[in-house]
Design a protein around this ligand. Sequence first.
Ligand SMILES: NC(=O)c1ccc[n+]([C@@H]2O[C@H](COP(=O)([O-])OP(=O)(O)OC[C@H]3O[C@@H](n4cnc5c(N)ncnc54)[C@H](OP(=O)(O)O)[C@@H]3O)[C@@H](O)[C@H]2O)c1
Length: 262
Amino acid sequence: MHYKNKKILITGAGSGIGKSILKQFVDRGATSFAVVGRKKEPLEELKKEFPGANFTIITGDVSKKVDLDKIVRLVEESMGGLDILVNNAGVVSAGLLQDISDEDIINQININLTGLILLTKKSLALLKKSKEGAIINISSGLGYIGMPFYSVYAATKAAVRQFSDSLRRELLDYPLHIMTVYPTTTDTNMMKNAKVGEMDTPEEVAEATLKGMEENEINVILGGEQRKKQIELNFNDPKKMDELSKQNYESMRERTENHRSM
Ligand SMILES: NC(=O)c1ccc[n+]([C@@H]2O[C@H](COP(=O)([O-])OP(=O)(O)OC[C@H]3O[C@@H](n4cnc5c(N)ncnc54)[C@H](OP(=O)(O)O)[C@@H]3O)[C@@H](O)[C@H]2O)c1
């Protein structure tokens, strides 16, 4: 895919993985971006960091229908079309299910899943006009393997996986590459309150994402061969994965007890 004249919309582009994906596009010659987030400053900063690119800055909350309509309207008005949608905005609130507030449960679903689906739906009319387009959905390793303390987050990310697969099969007649990315723990703002050891960098996730685009991948799974084996094990022998989870239960509880980025 050539990126030079592509019109690209990225949610959550002001930080972490979204911003690193933006940089990868810029490095490959893309100049036309619409960027979305709730906070204005990190989006405005992008103009300084990437002076060669043109930005449509859109402050908005992907869990609000009215904001989604605004996003699509501004994309059409300012860029005149859309080739690539990167659904990256996301939040997490970990804990035992009974301890996660109702509000955090609803907001994780609304931001990570409902917002992603609605923005995709509302962008489709523009995307279908692209001669060479893409939808990139950022899921999570937890979208393949559910883990304790992440029941809600994992549910949203697994749903993103099924949404992507279904939609891809629905749109096979269009020149749209629909791809899902499954990062493992990545060193971003989202992980500030989680006690984890080694993490991927957002740059590594972004590089794998663009490599996935170039190689026409459907799923980009971070974490190497080991992760792929775990996914296989989880599918073929979920009880074995239950045992592994039991062994790590207390350390997981400790690692995740303050993990909240909403
Ligand atoms: N870090 C990891 O270990 C990891 C692992 C697997 C998957 N992921 C996924 O990767 C994606 C990016 O996360 P990240 O790790 O890069 O964390 P991050 O730096 O916290 O990025 C999240 C971005 O989403 C935006 N956002 C959050 N809620 C939003 C809302 N309601 N409306 C619009 N924008 C919103 C945030 O900007 P504002 O706060 O300004 O809105 C922020 O720019 C997420 O979908 C996350 O679930 C991350």
